[in-house]
Design a protein. Structure first.
Length: 402
């Protein structure tokens, strides 16, 4: 067992830089678009409604395509799908330059959302295949750290490129990075041999979602991604109306939150491996809930940053534990399916939560958006606790709830 553990760990250490480049390049591409896509869409004549539709298109296509790609990677292998995905993501990145109407921009956004399903979730599944038992939190923490680092670096990169070189340069850099990752995958990445083909052949998404742990993680991920989307959408408006912060200070807060989350993932992964993962997720969710309630009373930059820091610690600490739980489930029915479920729940939360929070803000005021974020964290975190609770069986042993 010790020799096997060493072999798996050494293999993962060898291939992780390539997988990290895949995750970083895809997430950097998403982040790069954040500051420039609204401007680009408006230059093509997009209304406010169309702007929302264009942004949502990415998550919508991911939600529908992800289940097929996750299952396919379990059956056919990670490497070919990852390689195709990186080329496709690069091509859709270059295609932004060719957009000449709102409709064409929306179609490109849909296509890029679909191609992203072949990159980041598949790279995560590859890491999940090789993560040694007892180190799931550690390695998923590394994955999540790269995820947030790419996402957080994107807006700054996109803004600088647009200001000094031109908007099209951001699209070329986004595509070029993914082509670089494709070359790395083609040359250096072997196929993952730990895909449990026999189990996968007999598994289905219905069976996977019948497991209480998978249901619990799905619930928590929807709430947590929903709260993130609400903060990103409404924090600039809240700051401008109630605190009077400049856009540069608002941007600083958002960057600090995402990049800060990247660095907390590594110690968060170690916490996941040492303590009860379910308790860590629950406490993290409660931290986010408290932050969403009290931040509406912030009166200045530092107070707001400190209160959002509570959410940052709760979110970034619980995320590796939730990821590790889904890795453990993936060993039963397929890692590709597991990561697909994990990412589908994220896409659903990010698509629906801002719309409902916007409705609340229109009816009751901007602070209601953050109260709604607290509400969904309450519902979905307790949903997680309910699904993953344990009870004592008749034989005195601990058994999962049914």
């Amino acid at each position: 067992m010790g020799v096997l553990h060493w072999y798996v760990s050494s293999t993962l250490k060898r291939v992780f830089p390539i997988l990290a480049l895949c995750i970083f390049s895809s997430m950097l591409g998403i982040g790069i678009l954040a500051p420039i896509l609204p401007i680009y869409a408006e230059s093509l004549g997009a209304s406010g409604v169309w702007l929302g539709v264009i942004f949502s298109g990415y998550a919508i296509s991911r939600t529908f395509v992800m289940p097929f790609i996750g299952r396919l990677s379990d059956r056919r292998g990670r490497k070919p799908i990852l390689a195709v995905g990186l080329v496709a993501f690069a091509l859709t990145s270059f295609a932004y330059v060719l957009a000449d109407s709102v409709i064409s921009l929306f179609i490109i956004r849909l296509l890029q959302g679909a191609t992203s399903c072949l990159v980041q979730p598949i790279a995560q599944a590859y890491v999940g295949d090789l993560a040694p038992e007892g180190e799931e939190g550690k390695w998923m923490g590394y994955c999540n750290g790269v995820f947030f680092l790419g996402w957080g670096s994107g807006p700054l990169t996109g803004g600088i490129l647009t200001d000094f070189v031109g908007m099209n340069s951001a699209f070329y850099v986004m595509g070029g990075l993914n082509l670089l990752a494709f070359i790395g995958v083609l040359i250096f990445l072997p196929e993952s041999e730990k895909r449990q083909k026999t189990v996968v052949a007999e598994s289905s998404y219905r069976e996977a979602l019948s497991g209480n742990v998978t249901r619990g993680v799905f619930s928590y991920q929807m709430g947590n991604s929903g709260h993130r989307a609400i903060v990103q959408t409404f924090l600039p408006v809240f700051d401008g109306l109630t605190i009077g912060l400049s856009q540069s200070l608002v941007g600083t807060i958002l960057s600090v939150l995402v990049i800060g989350a990247a660095f907390i993932q590594i110690p968060g992964g170690k916490i996941a491996d040492r303590f009860d993962k379910r308790l860590v997720v629950f406490l993290g969710g409660m931290g986010v809930l408290v932050s969403m309630v009290v931040l509406t009373r912030a009166t200045g930059f530092w107070m707001l940053l400190g209160l959002l820091g509570i959410a940052l610690v709760g979110d970034a600490t619980s995320y590796p534990s939730a990821s590790a739980l889904i890795v453990e489930e993936g060993r039963k029915y397929g890692m590709g399916m597991a990561m697909a479920i994990f990412n589908i729940s994220m896409s659903i939360g990010m698509s629906i939560a801002p719309i409902l929070a916007g409705w609340a803000a229109d009816v009751w005021g901007i602070r209601s958006a953050f109260y709604f974020a607290a509400f969904i964290m309450l519902v979905f975190t307790f949903g997680f606790a309910g699904f993953t609770r344990k009870h004592t069986g008749s034989d005195g042993g601990e058994q999962p709830a049914v």
